[in-house]
Write a protein that binds this ligand. Structure first.
Ligand code: UDP
Length: 338
């Protein structure tokens, strides 16, 4: 069976993808520097799948460590999650973001080229579209200039991969994620935000749990039906399965170009208020919230047209928004008790 390297494999999306990879029969090797993840996640993955993935604590910014890893391991493909991901922080620390997100990518691609390793899946983001002129967003929508160093690392990352595929015959797929939420049904893995959550769903679950006093809804004067901003929230397990589908497409040589990119969302947009209401009804919790000013840099609406991804990846989402929010809530409660 193919041996797949998953960088950032102990993180939120990475850990769910490792579980799905192992359940599909792939052998998994994880590299993670534990900068935004916990080693316990490895035990939890093992409990879910019954198989302990090979794990290496490596900082991908250290080129000689990356080389040494590949000297010692045969790898058939890479799913690359490891990156910094906080938009606001990236504005404060652009060089750290460029060094980590771009440096690591370059080192991995160099090893792939030097050792003839094919099959690369890249974590990209719908932020590459900015505020799209047309909704839902198709893959044909133009990319817009990035509004943060984080967003820029995703755009530059895609360009680096595109150029490498062209020059070196590598095959790669970038998955442009919309908003991943939720947790595994076993409630053994989920999102572990450090400090005050920046994202909506962990802020909601922490508010419901009494850790945060009140949710601030950033703006109710957007040009949307209820005035709050619209996003496409996708269950993390559905998102994880898109990676398996993309990897399989490359292994089966079904890709039409050696660099492809797909939108990974549900196709359905939900406003912040709709999320609050759905959370309340799906979990039977009352949420304390207030409306405050818009958050700088936020766009009005983004949701995916998933037609191309559904067809080309032979993949579709299977979980509902209610299930995603319920799983996020169960995960939150588990954190209090463990
Ligand atoms: N949001 C909010 N309150 C929060 C966090 C987020 O109202 O405490 C809103 C945010 O303005 C956006 C949506 O929720 O409209 C999703 O934000 P998130 O940061 O989760 O993802 P983004 O789409 O910004 O990457």
């Amino acid at each position: 069976m193919k041996r797949i390297l998953v960088t950032g494999g102990l993180g939120f999306i990475g850990s769910h993808t490792v579980v799905e990879l192992q359940n599909t029969g792939f052998n998994v090797v994880i590299i993670d520097d534990l900068s935004n993840s916990k080693i316990e996640v490895l035990d939890n993955i093992t409990e879910i799948t019954g198989k302990r993935p090979d794990f290496h604590q490596i900082d991908l910014r250290i080129k000689k460590d990356v080389q040494a890893f590949f000297d010692n391991h045969h790898i058939d493909g890479i799913i690359h999650f490891a990156a910094f991901k906080a938009v606001g922080e990236s504005v404060q620390k652009p060089l750290e973001y460029y060094e980590n997100n771009i440096g690591s990518l370059v080192y991995l691609l160099q090893e792939m080229r030097n050792r003839n390793i094919d099959h690369f899946i890249f974590s990209s983001s719908c932020t590459v579209y900015g505020q799209a002129d047309e909704l839902p967003i198709t893959e044909n929508a133009p990319t817009k200039p990035a509004t943060s160093p984080y967003g820029n690392t995703k755009q530059i990352g895609e360009e680096i991969i595109r150029g490498t595929c062209k020059a070196n015959g590598l095959n790669a797929i970038a998955l442009r994620y919309f908003n991943p939420i939720g947790a595994h049904e076993s409630v053994k893995i989920g999102e572990l935000p450090l400090g005050v959550p920046q994202n909506l769903i962990p802020y909601i679950t922490q508010t419901a749990a009494g850790i945060r006093e009140q949710l601030s809804i950033f703006g109710d004067d957007y040009d949307t039906p209820d005035g709050t901003a619209i996003r496409d929230y996708i269950h993390v397990v559905d998102l994880a399965n898109a990676h398996i589908a993309a990897l399989q497409r490359l292994i089966d040589k079904k890709n039409l170009n050696n660099f492809e990119y797909f939108n990974v969302g549900t196709g359905k947009g939900s406003s912040v208020l709709e999320i609050v209401k759905t959370f309340e009804s799906a979990t039977n919790q009352k949420l304390n919230y207030k409306i405050v000013d818009r958050r700088e840099g936020d766009i009005t609406a983004a949701y995916a047209d998933t037609t191309i991804a559904n067809k080309e990846l032979n993949w579709k989402t299977e979980k509902t928004l209610e299930e995603a929010l319920q799983s996020a809530w169960l995960w939150q409660k588990k954190q209090q008790t463990s």
